[in-house]
Design a protein around this ligand. Structure first.
Ligand SMILES: Nc1nc2c(c(=O)[nH]1)N[C@H]1C(S)=C(S)[C@@H](COP(=O)(O)OP(=O)(O)OC[C@H]3O[C@@H](n4cnc5c(=O)[nH]c(N)nc54)[C@H](O)[C@@H]3O)O[C@H]1N2
Ligand SMILES: Nc1nc2c(c(=O)[nH]1)N[C@H]1C(S)=C(S)[C@@H](COP(=O)(O)OP(=O)(O)OC[C@H]3O[C@@H](n4cnc5c(=O)[nH]c(N)nc54)[C@H](O)[C@@H]3O)O[C@H]1N2
Ligand SMILES: [Mo]
Length: 774
């Protein structure tokens, strides 16, 4: 299944920008955010030519219903009207969208696709905003302009000519607003398929499935107010300072308040040290840093479940002498399976817990004591927990721990997954789900007068497999950069190239436009910062954050080009062409998004009275039954899980490699080759290793190394010449950046629990690079 070494190398060498100097590594000892962030932002805005518009736009960001929602991460907005509820990376994100650079028809006429395929991903995106629809011309190997009408007709004709609706797949990246999302899933289902792969399949699928199984609803139960009142925060597998920077404010406030903040991560990330809160002008002026951690534990990669089991075991042991260690009343009234779980914890020996977690018993007991002494605890997690074979079991173990002390359904307590893209949670709520429930489909059928397909569709990995086999012939991407984000890069490339038609609705040029099907379209859309003018006036779109708050986002900038269409209009255009007999009033919907919202109010649970409630000052919170102690599980109670601990200890000579983001990137969008908080400059093709693991292999800092991954099926994949960096990471663990390292992730290595590609635990060997024959 794997590609030739040459193909793999081509892929990994071309992601980041040309370094501006020699690689540097100096461990970072400064607080997160603060002036380092402010400097970085100013330089970045100057580069994008956004120094004039940027600040004005940023003042409008995340303001209750009068501004646009930051298109960056899914952290909720401040509820107290904080002016400047913003962060370095959100600003970069917005500036990147508002750049003055443009990719126009002259650009495409001057550069063939073959030429562009030799460009780095950084250079592709850095050309600026796309300006008009383009179609690939195989005769000239150029993208050439096409009218919107002809583009829609090409999509419609190709879809109509398929033998089965299941020969098309409709990918969503988590930035799509709720209204466009609803129309998009409606189009797919009216055409007759549930093939709705999305970025959640690579992200929080495990969280959704675990919370669904344990609590009956696949979302977190807490909100920001809970974060503000909790006694103890446990943060697992999140690089908050880079990926959810506004969480720093919550951590610093918690620390000020005297709450305990425990970070559990093989790497001590910047958020686990100190921060200067950027909107706190006094702190900024006086360089005053606040601690954001009271305890850091560094488990081995994949060791979280054992660590959490250890905490639970400690609490249960204590409860023999001190019954108050448990909330017996809560357990008896609201949970099922407690005795089995207790027996399992008792039967799991401490030495096994220590070996699998990589943490000594004394440290586990410290964490358990924090948990025991807190009246209210929140556990928060992100990809460090989910992108594993046993991601579902681990999230369920987290819930087990919370249940022991009744940390659910009351203020300041509960599970709090940190979602990824700004609207990835809203996408799911509004129907992007390849495994829809019968209740969802029944309501959709009634509200929209369609007959939706009942069989489950394809997720991300299954879509790639089906494209390779020629079973999916049309790939439509609503945002995102599928070619680069998905695992097993050369295999994914091959799958896309095997398509009859690939269509990408995008704001910027990216790899997925260059690695295309026999026919290919680039359809440029408005960004979230831009004014969306439709027949009935200026439109706003709604989004849902990590804590289930739904609110409106209104663009304020003039569109990057007069030829851009809004995402709902693009969906409607494709749908109208593909479904000539459709009774859905596609154009009528697009004239006024209130009409889409009225239909959503009928079709979606929790969206009653949508148009009114979404206009409330902070929007509204979708009701979360588990929060009200209503558990939609088979037993009607919160269910303890009883999974055996997996064996995550690497075999002798091998390492567990986690792929992750640098500080200066947004998934496949790379801003620079620096990773400030990890002390790295001018280098992305690196691997962080424990010093002893390096010494054992005769590897010194910046030595080039060869990395070989071995998949479950025994196939091997390679990266050549990455530079080793000695880092504070447990022995047997290594880390490096996505998407460069996606070539190491075998397509077949997805979790049997969640179907998520295993991106945080790749089995590798690393050795000093063999000399290469030129
Ligand atoms: N600026 C910026 N913001 C972003 C993104 C971005 O690319 N840039 N991406 C967005 C998206 S889509 C998502 S999903 C989120 C991702 O947010 P994160 O989950 O923070 O993303 P990663 O960079 O993959 O980092 C994962 C963290 O998990 C840790 N880790 C790795 N393996 C393990 C393990 O076995 N156990 C534990 N406990 N920790 C482990 C790593 O050390 C790292 O700190 O961020 C969102 N926000
Ligand atoms: N090895 C490894 N791989 C990973 C991960 C990992 O941790 N390790 N993480 C995974 C995760 S969590 C995720 S979410 C995926 C990310 O996967 P994707 O969501 O597919 O990728 P992005 O890089 O976020 O997409 C960037 C592109 O989105 C387009 N875009 C930006 N704004 C808009 C907009 O407003 N509308 C539209 N239509 N398009 C827009 C631009 O053209 C830009 O090039 O990657 C996954 N891949
Ligand atoms: Mo994500």
């Amino acid at each position: 299944m794997s590609a030739t070494p040459e193909e793999q190398e081509q892929v990994q060498a071309r992601v980041g920008p040309e370094p501006t100097g020699e690689p540097e590594f100096r461990p970072y000892h400064h607080p997160a955010a603060g002036w380092g962030a402010a400097n970085s932002v100013t330089r970045f805005m100057a580069r994008e030519g956004a120094l004039v518009d940027g600040p004005r736009a940023i003042m409008k960001m995340n303001h209750e219903n009068t501004g646009f929602d930051c298109p960056g991460c899914a952290w909720p907005d401040d509820t107290k009207g904080l002016h400047l509820d913003i962060c370095e990376n959100g600003i970069k994100h917005v500036t990147w969208e508002m750049t003055r650079k443009r990719v126009d028809r002259a650009f495409f006429a001057a550069h063939s696709v073959t030429e562009l395929s030799g460009w780095s991903d950084y250079d592709l995106e850095n050309q600026g905003r796309l300006t008009e629809p383009m179609v690939y011309d195989p005769d000239t190997d150029l993208y050439t302009p096409i009218s919107w009408k002809d583009a829609f007709e090409l999509v419609g004709r190709t879809l109509r000519e398929l033998d089965s609706p299941h020969q098309a797949a409709y990918y969503t990246s988590g930035r799509l607003g709720n209204e466009a999302t609803f129309l998009y899933q409606l189009m797919a289902r009216e055409l007759g398929t549930n093939n709705l792969p999305d970025c959640s399949n690579m992200c929080h699928e495990a969280s959704g499935r675990a919370l669904q199984a344990s609590l009956g609803t696949g979302k977190g139960t807490v909100d920001l107010k809970d974060w503000e009142t909790t006694d103890a925060l446990f943060i697992l597998g999140v690089n908050a300072a880079s990926n959810a920077p506004r969480m720093l404010t919550a951590l610093a406030e918690a620390y000020h308040r005297g709450a305990q903040v425990v970070h559990i991560n093989p790497l001590v990330e910047a958020a686990a040290t100190r921060t200067i809160i950027p909107h706190d002008f006094k702190d900024m002026a006086t360089f005053h840093a606040t601690r954001t951690s009271t305890l850091n534990l560094q488990p081995r990669i994949g060791g979280d479940m054992a660590l959490v089991r250890g905490m639970a075991k400690a609490i249960l042991e204590q409860s023999n002498a001190d019954p108050k260690a448990l909330d017996r009343e809560f357990i008896d009234r609201h949970t099922a399976g407690f005795e089995e779980y207790r027996a399992l914890c008792e039967a799991t020996p401490w030495d096994e817990i220590e070996r699998q977690s990589g943490i000594g018993r004394a440290d586990i007991l410290k964490a358990a004591r924090v948990y025991r002494e807190a009246d209210r605890s929140i556990v928060s997690w992100c990809l460090g927990v989910t992108q594993h074979e046993h991601g579902v079991d681990t999230v369920r173990e987290i819930v087990n721990l919370l249940l022991l002390r009744g940390n659910l359904g009351r203020e300041g307590a509960g599970p709090s997954p940190v979602r990824g893209h700004s609207n990835v949670q809203g996408n799911r709520t509004c129907g992007i789900e390849h495994r829809p429930t019968t209740e969802f489909l029944d309501r959709l059928a009634e509200a929209c007068k369609i007959d939706p397909p009942r069989e489950h569709g394809l997720d991300t990995v299954r879509t790639i497999e089906a494209m390779r086999r020629g079973e999916v012939k049309v790939f439509i991407g609503m945002g995102g950069n599928f070619a680069l984000a998905a695992p097993d890069t050369p295999v994914t490339y091959g799958a896309l190239r095997n398509c009859e038609l690939t269509v990408h609705v995008s704001t910027k040029l990216n790899r997925s436009h260059i690695v295309h099907g026999r026919q290919a379209l680039i359809l440029p859309c408005l960004g979230r910062t831009e004014k969306d003018q439709q027949r009935k006036g200026l439109q706003s779109t709604s989004v849902e954050d990590s804590m289930s708050m739904v609110h409106l986002s209104v663009g304020m900038k003039r569109p990057a080009s007069p030829h851009l269409l809004a995402e709902p209009a693009i969906v409607a255009g494709m749908a109208r062409a593909a479904l000539p007999d459709s009774e859905t009033p596609w154009e009528w919907y697009v004239e006024d998004y209130d009409r889409i919202r009225d239909t959503m109010a009928q079709a979606l649970d929790g969206f009653e009275d949508f148009n009114r409630r979404v206009r409330l000052p902070l929007g509204f919170r979708i009701k979360q039954p588990a929060r009200e102690l209503v558990f939609l599980t088979p037993s009607g109670r919160a269910e303890f899980s009883t999974a055996e601990l997996p064996d995550v200890v690497p075999a002798p000579g091998t390492l567990a490699l986690g792929t992750m983001r640098s500080h200066d990137q947004w998934n496949t969008t790379i801003y620079s080759a620096d990773d400030r908080y990890r002390g790295v400059k001018n280098l992305r093709t690196l691997v962080f290793m424990n010093e002893d693991d390096m010494r054992e292999r005769g590897i010194a800092q910046f030595d080039p190394v060869d990395i070989t991954s071995t998949a479950r099926d025994g196939s091997q994949r390679h990266l050549h010449g990455f530079l080793a960096i000695p880092y504070d990471i447990p022995r047997g663990c290594a880390a490096g950046y996505m998407p460069e390292m996606n070539v190491l992730c075998a397509l077949g290595d997805y979790s049997t629990q969640s179907d998520q590609p295993i991106m945080k635990h790749v089995r590798v060997t690393i050795e000093a690079a063999a000399a290469r024959t030129p």
